[in-house]
Ligand binder design. Structure first.
Ligand SMILES: Cc1cc2nc3c(=O)[nH]c(=O)nc-3n(C[C@H](O)[C@H](O)[C@H](O)COP(=O)(O)OP(=O)(O)OC[C@H]3O[C@@H](n4cnc5c(N)ncnc54)[C@H](O)[C@@H]3O)c2cc1C
Length: 514
């Protein structure tokens, strides 16, 4: 397609990368990035980029990836709970300072011939160009003003994005109990002298700690120092006595953005402006940069903007939706994380890795055999081991306790005791109001003598995964024997749920898993 002038609104990772790729593909086209901030200043601290992202960036633009990788810091991941640590090996995950990432992308954009204009807030409609790429972030004014069919869902929990002035050895997930409740950090190193400390909590804890009073008066360009001072006491261990640093740091609820359309007329949305995915899967930057790759390719392949925007959206939407679904499950898992702190740290780590149904037990065992072997031992009450057929082994383990004995973890429908209460509710969010209602009913049933619960329902995989999550919540909050129905084709998911403490037994059905 012939383009005379392209305007890119927003100089974040998505906008800068799109501008470079476009300019490389058509040197005679004028490409201008309009960024309201000044170079070298941005929100947040470090971001993580996983192996798959690095491969995609390498294929699209090896020069840029080389500099990103050189500026980043590789690290493993650790889960800390109950005074113990589980380490997950991951030598292809890099953390990089957002400022550093943007500096690399600015340099490469300019090298390709892109013009960067800083320091003024612009409106997409005012920009003189054939097409406008609106990469203006999660709060995109372009999205709000346009006809994109946007839906913005706000998370239950609250988070604070801060940093500290030393490099952790590995990424750390850790909880801190305080008199007001539990706070959880996702922390990782991103340079030789800096680490991100993202801290989250639930609303009741946040209110008990009085942070509603400190959040309100904190101006949008300042940091909530009251919260930072409190949290550096709470996380004094992982922080090794270092202070927490703010960068426009205030309590926020994560916003998940979905749009029915990503383009309107000559304007196309890219990155967070079009879609967001919860930070716990560390994929927002990846999605924005992969959007840029697909948009540049679509503009090359199609004769007019409408065709190119349609092609770009058709290419990207399935991948974005898949990640948004993983992110949704991950967000719900983290929002309910404190309820799992009774688990030994290795089992907790398996629960973490399998929380969204994305990492099968066998794959995790291949990269972290020690963690999985120990978790399997904890689950079965036997010495640690990695059997050749993990799923088969998990299902074959005996279960005894509370006066019951089961030779393995598979209960045939014909052998259900009459004291099992049947739950067939289909809920989208097990920790939302529909889940609350199921828990209330389960408690009543327990009080009336139910020995446990059987969860049955649709056989498709998303339903089975959500059913396991609902079962887990009832197991924790109402107790009793928990049995989850699922098709034999989903044995791997069901086995992962057993090891993670989501259920005690499964009932394999003959249905086809969709
Ligand atoms: C707490 C947290 C942790 C995260 N951690 C990770 C992680 O580990 N890994 C990861 O991949 N992602 C992570 N993300 C997500 C990531 O930060 C975003 O997905 C990513 O920055 C999106 O890039 P973008 O270019 O679409 O938007 P942004 O980076 O938000 O850039 C948008 C730019 O547009 C500019 N702008 C907005 N409006 C205007 C206007 N009207 N005129 C001019 N300029 C304008 C803004 O100043 C900004 O610079 C995290 C996000 C959060 C909130």
């Amino acid at each position: 397609m012939q383009l005379r002038r392209v305007a890119v609104l927003g100089g974040g990772p998505g906008g800068l990368y799109a501008a470079r790729l476009l300019k490389l593909a058509r040197p005679s086209c004028e490409v201008v990035v309009y960024e309201q901030g000044e170079p070298g200043t941005t929100f947040g601290f470090g971001v993580g980029l996983a192996a798959g992202t690095q491969r995609n960036l390498e294929a699209a633009d090896p020069d840029t990836l080389r500099d990103i990788a050189a500026a980043g810091r590789r690290h493993d991941m650790t889960m800390q709970a109950g005074g113990r640590v589980a380490r997950v090996h991951n030598d292809r995950l890099i953390g990089i300072a957002r400022t550093e990432l943007l500096t690399v992308l600015q340099r490469h954009a300019e090298k390709a011939g892109v013009r960067l204009e800083y320091g003024a807030r612009r409106r997409a409609g005012d920009l003189d160009a054939d097409i406008v790429i609106a990469a203006d972030g999660v709060s995109s004014a372009t999205r709000e003003a346009g006809d994109f069919g946007a839906d913005v869902e706000t998370g239950r929990g609250l988070y604070l994005w801060c940093g500290t002035g030393f490099a952790l050895t590995d990424a750390v997930f850790a909880a801190a109990g305080t008199e007001h409740g539990i706070f959880v950090t996702h922390a990782y190193p991103y340079s030789d002298g800096q680490s991100t400390f993202l801290i989250e909590t639930d609303e009741p804890t946040w209110l008990r700690a009085g942070f509603d009073a400190s959040t309100g008066p904190t101006p949008s360009d300042a940091s909530d120092l009251t919260s930072l001072r409190y949290l550096e006491q709470a996380f004094a261990g992982p922080l090794r006595g270092h202070p927490l640093i703010g960068n426009r740091t205030r309590w926020t609820r994560f916003r998940t953005v979905r749009c029915q359309r990503w383009s309107c007329g000559r304007t196309v949305l890219l990155g967070d402006a079009a879609h967001t995915a919860h930070y716990s899967i560390g994929s927002g930057t990846k999605l924005a940069m992969e959007d840029a790759i697909a948009l540049a390719e679509a503009l090359d392949a199609e004769p007019d903007p409408a065709g190119a925007f349609g092609r770009y959206e058709a290419t990207r939407r399935p991948a974005v939706q898949r990640l948004q679904e993983l992110a949704r499950r991950s967000q719900l898992w983290w929002e309910s994380f404190p309820s799992r702190l009774h688990l030994p740290v290795e089992q907790l780590t398996v629960a973490y890795m399998t929380r969204a149904g994305n990492v099968p037990l066998g794959r995790f065992a291949a990269t972290s055999p020690q963690v999985v072997a120990t978790a399997l031992g904890q689950y079965a009450g036997r010495p640690p081991r990695i059997p050749a057929d993990i799923t088969g082994w998990v299902l074959d383990q005996r279960l005894s306790g509370e006066g019951r004995q089961f030779p393995d973890r598979m209960l045939a429908a014909s052998s259900f005791g009459t004291d099992l209460y049947l739950i067939t509710d289909v809920v989208a969010d097990p920790w939302g109001p529909a889940g609350d209602a199921v828990v209330a009913r389960a408690r009543d049933a327990r009080a009336a003598g139910a020995g446990g619960f059987r969860f049955a329902g649709p056989a498709d995989r998303p339903s089975v995964l959500t059913r396991m999550d609902l079962a887990e919540r009832v197991r924790i909050e109402a107790g009793g024997l928990i049995v989850v129905d699922g098709p034999a084709g989903l044995r791997d998911d069901l086995a992962a749920g057993l090891v993670s403490g989501r259920a005690d037994l499964v009932c394999l059905t003959g249905e086809e898993a969709a």
